[in-house]
Design a protein. Structure first.
Length: 135
């Protein structure tokens, strides 16, 4: 139980930092809310990887990308539309929804899910092996 807490805590921090760094590289700025979204996203990718192993990897990547897109939509509606934080605006992008998500970024999230799914698997194995060696 304690290892699970540490594992997901580590994933949350790693996902948050990675998401913010990706945004800094991509657009030159970020927001703390994106760190939270990134942390949640990586934890969710780990759950997809662990509990949906019966799905082909390709489908897990699509599910991962859609999950990240849903998280972006929720955060966008809350922080951009409701709280007027103006963290991002995709309203000029084709196939956008409320200016908060768009098809091209969903495709990007599907692609980026592939290495992240693999990473979560490797990290889980590492955390589980440490748990076994400590017992």
């Amino acid at each position: 139980m304690q290892r699970t807490f540490y594992y997901f805590g580590f994933l949350f921090i790693l996902g948050g930092v990675s998401y913010c760094l990706l945004e800094l590289l991509w657009r030159g700025y970020t927001d703390i809310t994106m760190g939270i979204a990134g942390g949640i996203s990586l934890c969710l990718l780990s759950l997809i990887q662990k509990h949906l192993k019966q799905l082909k990897f390709f489908y897990r990547c699509i599910l991962g990308g859609l999950s990240i897109t849903i998280i972006e939509l929720i955060f966008g509606v809350v922080f951009n539309l409701y709280l007027n934080r103006a963290v991002w605006d995709y309203s000029l992008m084709p196939f956008n929804l409320l200016g908060q998500i768009c098809l091209s970024y969903t495709a990007l999230w599907c692609l980026l899910s592939a290495p992240m799914l693999i990473l979560t698997e490797l990290l889980r194995e590492k955390f589980e092996s440490r748990s076994e060696s400590a017992a």
